[in-house]
Design a protein. Structure first.
Length: 112
């Protein structure tokens, strides 16, 4: 599956993990984008399209500031672990920007 939102970066191959996209920016910083993070990113793209470029700018700033980043759905249970990398979840980026999506799902009423 291609991640068109990350086409501006050079995609690399990680021989230890073929399931997670691995990228390098123009400054030589490296980052991974796990599928769960990408799904969350697409959710924000769909529901908050007017702020999506701002979110992508925050991703880029995070890469440049930290140099080695794993964008994950759950930092406590990441798909991959790499020495010297920091973990960031989608809400680590969206919350400081005050970009929120209301979750209107609720449990079933059939439990009675």
């Amino acid at each position: 599956m291609n991640y068109p939102e990350f086409e501006r970066y050079r995609e690399l191959k990680d021989p230890q993990n073929h399931l997670v996209h691995f990228y390098e920016d123009e400054e030589g910083n490296h980052f991974y984008v796990e599928p769960g993070f990408y799904d969350g990113l697409l959710g924000f793209k769909e529901k908050r399209a007017e702020r999506f470029e701002e979110l992508m700018a925050a991703i880029d700033a995070t890469i440049k500031k930290n140099h080695n980043v794993i964008f994950t759905a759950d930092f406590e249970n990441p798909w991959i672990e790499r020495e010297g990398y920091i973990y960031r979840e989608i809400f680590d980026l969206t919350d400081p920007l005050h970009i929120f999506v209301e979750d209107k799902s609720r449990g079933s009423d059939y439990g009675d």
